[in-house]
Design a binder for this molecule. Structure first.
Ligand code: CO8
Length: 374
């Protein structure tokens, strides 16, 4: 029989600072009013378009988000800055992203009953890494005292699930016994706080999972990975053009298209059916149907997306226990959302219960794991 691989630990770390919808809207609206006043003449003669106002009611209704965590609150709400103020660290100091990755990793290792010497590989998988090289994963490896190897990978919203897929394959092939997958989603520097359509969507967080062979797992809560499934389909509807080419392109490296931007409606319409179909096919591989699944740890981009996907799968609305939502507290945390839902809502499951962990988003990319509690 092929080796059984399990998820034996999950860790969620969040920053100490939060921004409520009201605080965010207040800052944006003050900035927009000021912009409109300063550019009154150009707006009146049609050279510029007036900035529309944002609304906390809209945000909560359209997305389910009430607040978000932010790594450094200073600067993000300052209308003369509109971006967080994170001082650069020197090259001998642990980087910001490695620091939050280590915080989440320690929690996941503690849950899994593992120490650094048990881990063979570190994957840092997220929407952005703060530098090109050396890999954040290697810095984390050094900080935690882990032997073996580490690497970074980027798959936007599906970075966490795709990272877990790689860990699964590395253990299945015998190249590692235990792998740490970390998702330090430090996304606030990429948010356009002057864009009404997207200023509210994201929050900062770091999550981590431990995958290992079932034979070595000793944690209290252990989940067998029945299988993994991935799908990608190219789309520019969620995009950031930030990158190293700007210098040679002679363009502003921080222009609006270099930050997160999306066609949210199109994403909603195109991704929901793709995700539902993907999950159904994945379950069918194990002769399971959605009715057999006790817990849905779905990507957390928008509460209405999750409601729609669950309705398609179950033919009815899922209860809050069946498909937990963490958007109200965390907002969209790129790839970490489904892992937060898993981390906060799994301990009540019974032996033999099934769960689906699934991400969907930019790329487009969809990644899932069918899990069974041991
Ligand atoms: N306040 C008030 N009104 C607003 C606001 C606001 N803040 N924003 C938009 N409106 C207006 C619109 O302009 C529009 O007005 P009008 O009808 O006059 O044109 C009206 O409200 C309705 O707007 P929408 O149709 O856009 O509203 P929706 O109900 O579609 O909700 C959402 C907008 C919430 C964006 C929704 O479309 C959505 O969530 N779609 C799915 C998006 C999604 O899942 N994206 C995934 C992105 S995450 C990802 O892939 C990871 C990327 C990497 C991380 C990046 C980190 C920075």
């Amino acid at each position: 029989m092929a080796e059984q691989i399990v998820v034996s630990g999950v860790g969620v770390w969040n920053p100490e600072f939060t921004i409520t919808n009201e605080e965010l809207v207040n800052s944006y609206n003050t900035w927009a009013n000021s912009y409109n006043e300063v550019h009154k003449a150009q707006i009146e003669n049609g050279e510029l378009t007036a900035k529309p106002l944002s609304s906390a009611e809209f945000i909560e209704k359209a997305s389910g988000i009430k607040q978000r965590y932010i790594y450094q609150k200073d600067g993000a709400l300052d209308i003369d800055r509109m971006r967080p103020n994170i001082p650069e660290r020197d090259e001998n100091t642990l980087s910001d992203q490695a620091q939050i990755a280590v915080a989440a990793a320690k929690k996941a290792l503690a849950e899994a009953n593992k120490s650094a010497s048990d881990v063979d590989a570190v994957i840092v998988s997220c929407a952005y890494t703060q530098r090109a090289y050396p890999a954040i994963a290697i810095e984390v490896q050094q900080e935690l005292g882990i032997d073996g190897f580490g690497f970074d990978m980027l798959v936007a919203c599906s970075a966490a699930t795709f990272g877990m897929h790689r860990a699964y394959e590395m253990i299945a092939s015998g190249n590692a016994r235990c792998v740490l997958v970390i998702n330090p989603e430090l996304v606030s520097p990429q948010i356009n706080y002057t864009d009404r359509d997207s200023h509210f969507i994201f929050g900062d967080v770091a999550t981590a999972t431990v995958l290992e062979s079932a034979e070595t797992a000793s944690a209290e809560h252990v989940y067998e990975v029945l299988s993994t499934k991935a799908l990608t389909k190219y789309s520019s509807n969620i995009r950031s053009n930030f990158g190293y080419m700007s210098r040679a392109n002679d363009v502003d490296p921080y222009g609006p298209d270099k930050l997160f931007h999306q066609a949210g409606r199109k994403v909603f319409k195109e991704v929901c059916p793709l995700a539902a179909e993907h999950i159904e096919q994945h379950l069918a591989k194990h002769e399971l149907t959605p009715a057999n699944v006790q817990r849905w740890w779905l990507h957390q981009a928008n509460i209405n997306m999750n409601t729609l996907i669950c309705k398609r799968l179950l033919g009815r609305e899922a209860s809050a226990e069946e498909a937990p939502i963490v958007l109200d507290e965390y907002a969209n945390t790129a790839s970490a959302g489904s892992v937060i839902a898993f981390g906060l809502h799994h301990k009540d499951l019974k032996s033999g219960d099934y769960g689906v962990l699934c991400s969907f988003g930019a790329g487009y990319s969809i990644g899932s794991l069918v899990l069974k509690k041991r």
